[in-house]
Design a protein around this ligand. Structure first.
Ligand code: NAD
Length: 303
């Protein structure tokens, strides 16, 4: 293997340790801790599993964590008043509404009802705007792209003047990561191209990339011959391609694959993230960082 493996699990542990230490110091200084609420509607097993991981991580850092589970029948009006209750709760710094919501509820209306100063997912239009402006305006960068930036910077990849190509233009990964890479400042300053389903000559664009971020959701979309030798390849894709038996538990678990043909790409790239264990572990970690930062903003503590 010629590429350096960017290990998201190790980087997650380093960051969580930093956040845990900071939370303790802030508790000693202010007598308070950051608070995170997750609102779950119904009993979708995947949603329960996501919410449980978020709450478990928040707890391990010493945050106040509230899991507010509501019946699948809750009305839109009642859900909006619940969000409003947490908007006005001084012990809560971050509000998460787990998606998807049942079809009788307008998701957009609910997400837009979250106070932008508690929107630790960074999906509220106000926070999307702040991200676009960049610099000090950015309060809550969306978690997966923020995690990608952290991986790139901590791996020591040069972004200054680099050709960055982002495959995918979604609002949660493609567009925000392109926006972050193009910003003026250290750890960014890249020249960015976004490619998507209507792009002509996808392979030619990818071949130019010093930094290739792939978030398409198509297994093995990026072929080894599309990768520039020495490039940094960040594979965001998580594709279920079958099942396997877990070595730890002996139970059946999903077999996951990224959007890049990892085994061949690692012989050409300079840096590469595996799937799983690359970008995946970073998302909840960045959610915790946003919650801690929200606490700092509300207590006038520099971030
Ligand atoms: P999405 O479906 O909203 O967007 C996919 C984008 O890829 C679209 O803009 C589309 O134009 C582009 N695309 C799809 N097929 C293409 C092709 N053949 N050629 C060129 N472009 C193509 O998906 P998303 O929410 O951005 O997620 C993308 C992938 O990343 C998924 O596999 C998802 O599971 C994964 N993901 C992982 C994390 C994580 O924490 N690791 C977080 C979010 C998303």
């Amino acid at each position: 293997m010629s590429a350096k493996l960017i290990n998201g699990k190790e980087i997650r542990e380093d960051i969580l340790e930093e956040l845990g230490r900071e939370t303790l110091a802030l508790k000693e200084k202010t007598g308070k801790v950051p608070g995170l609420v997750t609102i779950l509607v119904g009993e979708n097993p995947a949603s329960i599993s996501y919410v449980t991981s978020k709450i478990k991580t928040a707890k391990s850092l010493g945050f106040k964590e509230v899991q507010d589970t509501q019946s699948i029948d809750i009305s839109e009006v009642d859900l909006l008043s619940l969000v409003d209750k947490y908007n006005h709760d001084d012990t809560i710094n971050g509000i998460l509404v787990q998606l998807p919501l049942p079809s009788h509820i307008d998701e957009k209306k609910v997400l837009n009802a979250i106070d932008p100063d508690k929107d630790v997912d960074g999906f509220h239009p106000v926070n999307v705007g702040r991200l676009m402006i960049g610099g000090d305006e950015v309060k809550f960068p969306p978690c997966t792209p923020a995690g990608i930036m952290e991986l790139i910077v901590r791996a020591g990849v040069e972004t200054e003047g680099a050709e960055a190509v982002v495959v995918g233009r979604s609002n949660i990964v493609g567009k925000p990561i392109a926006n972050m890479l193009v910003q003026k400042g250290p750890g960014a300053n890249a020249t960015v191209t976004i490619v998507h389903t209507r792009t002509k000559n996808l392979a030619d664009h990818c071949r130019r990339a010093d930094i290739l971020v792939v978030a398409a959701g198509v297994p093995d979309l990026v072929k080894p011959e599309w990768i520039k030798p020495g490039a940094c390849v960040i594979d965001v894709g998580v594709n279920r391609v079958g099942e396997k038996i877990s070595e730890k538990t002996g139970r059946k678990i999903a077999l996951l694959k990224g959007d890049v043909d990892f085994d061949k790409a690692k012989e050409i790239a300079g840096f590469i993230t595996p799937v799983p264990g690359g970008v995946g572990p970073m998302t909840i970690t960045m959610l915790m960082r946003n919650t801690l930062n929200s606490f700092k903003y509300s207590n006038n503590i520099p971030v």
